[in-house]
Design a protein around this ligand. Structure first.
Ligand SMILES: *[C@@H]1O[C@H](CO)[C@@H](O)[C@H](O)[C@H]1NC(C)=O
Ligand SMILES: *[C@@H]1O[C@H](CO)[C@@H](O)[C@H](O)[C@H]1NC(C)=O
Ligand SMILES: *[C@@H]1O[C@H](CO)[C@@H](O)[C@H](O)[C@H]1NC(C)=O
Ligand SMILES: *[C@@H]1O[C@H](CO)[C@@H](O)[C@H](O)[C@H]1NC(C)=O
Ligand SMILES: *[C@@H]1O[C@H](CO)[C@@H](O)[C@H](O)[C@H]1NC(C)=O
Ligand SMILES: *[C@@H]1O[C@H](CO)[C@@H](O)[C@H](O)[C@H]1NC(C)=O
Ligand SMILES: *[C@@H]1O[C@H](CO)[C@@H](O)[C@H](O)[C@H]1NC(C)=O
Ligand SMILES: *[C@@H]1O[C@H](CO)[C@@H](O)[C@H](O)[C@H]1NC(C)=O
Ligand SMILES: CC(=O)N[C@H]1CO[C@H](CO)[C@@H](O)[C@@H]1O
Length: 479
C-alpha cells in the first residue's frame, strides 16, 4: 500500500516519461534530457483537508482516491453481457478539484471494453467539458470530441490518467483542445491491469472510450447528432492512438472518426527497448516489458523463471515497477543495464517467447491500417533518438499500401521530446481542419499550410523549429 498520511499527491502524480517533478518538489529529478512542465502543483493533502468521507482508506475530499483505493473502479455484476463501448457507470462532477485550464467540469464513465485477446474487460474515461460549453444549451454547445491519449508510461494502476489528471496535465495539450470548445475524453487505455504497451488492449479501450463518451455526452448538452471525433497522442500516447486507428476498421466499423493525429510513434517495442536501455530511459524498458506481458501470463512465467534471485538486479527489484509511476521508474532504473536482471541477459529479455508477444501486441502495422475515410496526421522528428525514423517511414509506407489517407511530416529539426512541442500547433491546425465546419471559423495557428490529401498519402520533409513560447508554463499566460 502506498504511504498516505500527509504524503503530497505529487508523489503519485507524474504520468509520463516526458514529465518530471517540478522544481522545489521533494522529487526533483536529474533527467535533464526530458523537458518538464512548470506550473502550479496541487496543494499537498493535509489534515486541514481531511474530513469524514465514506472511504476510510482515503479520508480527503479534495482529490478522488487512486484506483486501488477507490471502490468506484469496479464494473457492475452483469457487465460482461453488454456490448463493447457500453457505459456501465457514470460519475458526474467527477473531480473535486479541477487543475486543467479551460475546463468547466468533468465526468467519468466506466465502460465495457475488450482485452488484448478480445475477452471482456472494462476501462474508465475522464471527459473534460470546455469552459465555453458552460452556456449550453443557450449557446456554444460543443459539437466535437477529441480522445486524447496521455503517455501514461507506467505499469501501475495508480498511475492511471483518471487519477493523476486531477493534479495537472503534463503538456498543456488538453488546455489547448478545451480552448477550442471541444470535449476532451482521456481513456485509461491500459485497462484494469495497467498493461502498458499492450497495443490491442490500448486500441480497444481507446475506441470503446469514445463510444462510451459519445453515448452519455448528450446528457451534458453535447450535440451528439453529427458530432465530430478526433484522436490524438504523442509517444506512448501515439502507440495507443495508432493501435486504435488500426483496429477501428475491424473493431469499431460503425464509429465515425473525423481524424487522428499521431506524433513521435515508436512502431516496435523491441527496437525501442534496445535504444532506451542503459540510458536515462531504462526504466521504461522495465515498465513496458512488465506491462505488455500482463496480458500474456505465460510470458510472465517465462520472465520470472529467468530473472535473477539474488544480487542487486533481482526479480523483486524488477517486478517492483508495477507500483511505480513512469517518473518513479525512470528514477529508479536510470542508466541501468536492464539485461543484468536476467540469467542470460538480453537473450532472456528478447527470447522468442517474449518476442512473439511483442510482435503480436506491441508492433504497429500488423493489425490493419487507418481506414481510408479517416484522415491521419503523422509527425515525427527525423533525429528521434527513441525510435529510428526509418521504422516510422516503413510503417507509413505499409499504411499507404493498405489504403490509408494521411499526411506525414518528417521534421528535420529536433529530437523526440522537441517534436512533442513543435508538433502541437500543427496538430491543432489538423484538428481545426477535420473538426470545424467549412464556414471560415477554422482557427489556424501554426503558420504552416497543412495540406491534407483528399485521399492517399503525402510525405513532406519539414523544418519546424521548437517554438520556445510553447514551453512556457500555464501561469505565464494567466499573468
Ligand atoms: C505493490 O503494492 C502492493 C500494495 O502496497 C503490494 O501488495 C505489492 O506487493 C506490491 N508489489 C510489488 C511487486 O512490489
Ligand atoms: C461527519 O461529518 C458530519 C457532517 O459534516 C457530522 O455530522 C458527523 O458527526 C461526522 N462524523 C464523524 C464520525 O466525525
Ligand atoms: C445489469 O443489471 C442491472 C440491474 O439489475 C440492469 O438495470 C441492467 O440493465 C443490466 N445490464 C445489462 C447489460 O444486462
Ligand atoms: C462562446 O465561446 C466563445 C469562444 O470560446 C466565447 O468567446 C464566448 O464568450 C462564448 N459565449 C458564451 C455566451 O459563453
Ligand atoms: C534485490 O534488489 C534490491 C535492490 O537492488 C535489494 O535491495 C535486495 O536486497 C535484493 N534482494 C535480494 C534477495 O538480493
Ligand atoms: C521488432 O524488432 C525486433 C528487433 O529488431 C525484430 O527482431 C522483430 O522481428 C521486429 N518485429 C516485427 C514484427 O517486425
Ligand atoms: C495550401 O496548399 C494548397 C495545396 O497546395 C493550396 O491549394 C492552398 O492555396 C494553400 N493555402 C495557402 C494559404 O497557401
Ligand atoms: C525527405 O528527405 C529524405 C532525406 O532525408 C529523402 O530521402 C526523401 O526523399 C525526402 N522526401 C520527400 C517527400 O521529399
Ligand atoms: C478547503 C480546505 O481546507 N482547503 C485547504 C487544503 O489544504 C491546502 C494546503 O494545506 C490549503 O491550501 C487549502 O486551503
Amino acid at each position: 500500500m502506498r504511504p498516505l498520511g500527509d504524503t503530497p499527491l505529487l508523489g503519485l502524480l507524474l504520468a509520463s516519461s516526458l514529465v518530471l517533478s517540478a522544481p522545489g518538489s521533494p522529487r526533483v529529478s536529474n533527467l535533464k534530457n526530458f523537458p518538464y512542465v512548470l506550473g502550479t502543483e496541487p496543494p499537498p493533502i493535509s489534515t486541514s483537508n481531511s474530513t469524514n468521507t465514506t472511504n476510510p482508506l482515503w479520508p480527503w475530499t479534495h482529490y478522488l482516491p487512486p484506483p486501488s483505493l477507490d471502490p468506484w473502479y469496479a464494473p457492475p455484476a452483469n457487465w460482461t453481457s453488454s456490448a463493447p463501448g457500453t457505459p456501465l457507470k457514470i460519475r458526474r462532477h467527477a473531480y473535486p478539484t479541477l487543475a486543467i485550464r479551460n475546463a468547466h467540469d468533468t465526468f467519468q464513465v466506466l465502460y465495457r471494453s475488450s482485452d488484448t485477446h478480445g475477452g471482456p474487460s472494462w476501462a474508465v474515461t475522464t471527459v473534460f467539458i470546455p469552459t465555453s460549453h458552460a452556456s449550453c444549451p443557450q449557446s456554444n454547445c460543443s459539437h466535437a470530441l477529441v480522445s486524447y491519449q496521455v503517455p501514461t508510461d507506467s505499469a501501475s494502476v495508480d498511475a492511471a490518467p483518471s487519477f493523476l489528471l486531477q493534479a495537472r496535465e503534463p503538456y498543456g495539450e488538453m488546455r489547448d483542445l478545451l480552448a477550442r470548445g471541444w470535449f476532451v475524453a482521456v481513456p485509461d487505455y491500459e485497462g484494469p491491469s495497467a498493461s502498458y504497451c499492450a497495443g490491442k488492449q490500448a486500441g480497444h479501450a481507446t475506441l470503446d472510450g469514445i463510444r462510451a463518451a459519445l453515448a452519455v455526452a448528450g446528457d451534458f448538452g453535447f450535440r451528439s447528432a453529427g458530432a465530430r471525433v478526433g484522436l490524438w497522442g504523442y509517444s506512448g500516447g501515439a502507440f495507443a492512438t495508432a493501435f486504435a486507428l488500426e483496429l477501428a476498421g475491424s473493431y469499431a466499423p460503425e464509429l465515425r472518426i473525423s481524424g487522428g493525429a499521431v506524433g513521435g510513434p515508436a512502431p516496435n517495442l523491441t527496437t525501442v527497448g534496445e535504444l532506451m536501455n542503459g540510458r536515462d530511459t531504462a526504466g521504461l524498458v522495465v515498465a513496458s516489458v512488465v506491462g505488455v506481458t500482463k496480458q500474456h501470463p505465460h510470458a510472465v512465467e517465462f520472465l520470472r523463471g529467468r530473472l535473477r534471485d539474488t544480487g542487486p538486479f533481482n526479480e523483486s527489484a524488477f517486478m517492483a515497477v508495477v507500483n511505480m509511476t513512469g517518473v518513479d521508474a525512470l528514477e529508479k532504473y536510470a542508466r541501468q543495464n536492464v539485461y543484468d536482471y536476467f540469467e542470460n541477459g538480453a537473450a532472456d529479455l528478447w527470447h522468442p517467447v517474449v518476442q512473439k508477444v511483442i510482435d503480436g501486441d506491441a508492433v504497429l502495422g500488423r493489425h490493419g491500417a487507418p481506414r481510408g475515410d479517416v484522415p491521419v496526421f503523422f509527425y515525427k522528428a527525423v533525429a528521434d533518438e527513441m525510435s529510428l525514423v526509418g521504422e516510422t517511414d516503413a510503417l507509413i509506407q505499409r499504411y499507404c499500401e493498405k489504403g490509408a489517407s494521411l499526411l506525414y511530416h518528417r521534421n528535420q529539426l529536433g529530437g523526440h521530446n522537441d517534436e512533442l512541442w513543435s508538433g502541437r500547433l500543427r496538430a491543432l491546425d489538423f484538428f481545426s481542419h477535420v473538426l470545424e465546419p467549412d464556414d471560415g471559423s477554422k482557427k489556424m495557428v501554426s503558420g504552416i499550410n497543412l495540406t491534407l490529401p483528399d485521399r492517399g498519402c503525402l510525405t513532406q520533409n519539414v523544418s519546424v523549429p521548437l517554438d520556445v513560447l510553447e514551453l512556457l508554463p500555464d501561469w505565464w499566460w494567466t499573468g
